[in-house]
Design a protein around this ligand. Structure first.
Ligand SMILES: [Zn+2]
Length: 333
């Protein structure tokens, strides 16, 4: 049993969880993030980007509605800027990348429960069958007939494919996301040249502009996830500026409203930096989201680095971590 599961089981069995649930939440904004909602076991691509099944997502939404207030778009922006004072924990639900399941699964569930979500789109992917780098890496490594692959960039390393392939996928993704991986094209070419298999033909995988407009009209909030989903921290400042400017312009032209929020691709420490934050601020972004965990307590809200947590696919861990963050302001482990 993992440390997280062990802690969650203890808190539930001891009754501490139930006591905490009945106590007052801290004035804070708890922001959760999803990439894909659906059945991870069915995908041929990256399974780790699935954060919940449709049922689990609906269960989480009901839980949030029972215990908290759910906010999105301008309402969230006013809480972040301090225009609206924070009295207790507010929940914001975000979705990165604009996968088709945003429209087919998450949007109908949100609508049925009269809740709004925040969706971050990559204009280059909108309406296309693109297989982004994380999905391509996952597919190729899972299907390769080879027993090992050697990379020269960003540093020489060899990945063994005789053992657990899912572990190998995570390992290669870790190298791809390194801050010193300045040439991601070279990285992907090295992989494609040695792997001995090819990507399959696929149907459209990302929502189109018409769907995005429908979601917006139904009260969902739309933001930018950059133009190409390259990792900002790996790029020169002028390229970062282009990513943020171009995506804002494209989404505004297609959605018809000003875009003021941005989710940093990957979002972990090093995937963006202070330079990125300054560029974003200078371009008129009011809310920028990272993705390395945590909660935004009223005494520490950074509009250019709003903390987001991943939701667990495990119901009990989800409930325990949401409760701990909203009551204590942090996870004790
Ligand atoms: Zn993303």
């Amino acid at each position: 049993m993992s440390k997280r599961r062990l802690a969650a089981t203890f808190l539930q069995r001891s009754g501490i969880l139930q006591l905490l649930e009945r106590s007052r939440s801290k004035p804070s904004i708890l922001i959760v993030n999803h990439h894909r909602v659906g059945d991870a076991a069915l995908t041929r691509f990256d399974r780790d980007v699935f954060s919940a099944s449709a049922d689990a997502f609906e269960m989480q939404l009901k839980y949030f509605k029972r215990h908290f207030n759910i906010v999105a778009g301008e309402e969230l922006e006013d809480l972040v800027s301090g225009k609206t004072p924070l009295k207790h924990t507010q929940i914001a639900i975000t979705f990165d990348d604009g996968y088709l399941n945003d429209y087919t699964i998450s949007f109908p569930i949100l609508k049925a429960h009269n809740c709004a979500g925040n969706f971050f789109l990559v204009p280059q992917y909108v309406g296309t069958a693109t297989v982004p780098w994380w999905d391509e890496i996952a597919y190729l490594l899972r299907n390769s007939p080879k027993s090992e692959i050697t990379f020269q960039s960003p540093v020489p390393f060899t990945i063994n494919l005789n053992g657990d392939r899912e572990q190998a996928i995570r390992e290669v993704l870790r190298y791809y996301k390194r801050r010193d991986n300045h040439n991601s094209d070279q990285f992907m070419n090295e992989l494609r040249e040695q792997i001995g298999c090819e990507l399959p033909q696929v149907e459209r995988r990302f929502i189109n502009w018409e769907e995005a407009r429908e979601m917006k009209a139904a009260g969902m909030s739309i933001g930018s996830h950059t133009q190409t989903h390259n990792i900002l921290g790996q790029m020169a400042p002028e390229v970062q500026r282009w990513e943020l400017t171009e995506s804002k312009k494209n989404i505004e032209a297609n959605i018809g409203t000003e875009i003021r929020s941005l989710a940093y691709p990957v979002g972990i420490r090093g995937a963006f930096d202070e330079t990125t934050e300054h560029i974003a601020q200078s371009l008129g972004y009011k809310m920028c989201f990272s993705f390395y965990g945590g909660i935004n307590t009223s005494d520490h809200i950074q509009p250019m680095n709003l903390l987001r947590m991943a939701t667990s696919r495990d119901d009990l861990i989800f409930r325990v971590e949401t409760t701990l963050l909203s009551r204590l302001g942090k996870l004790p482990y």
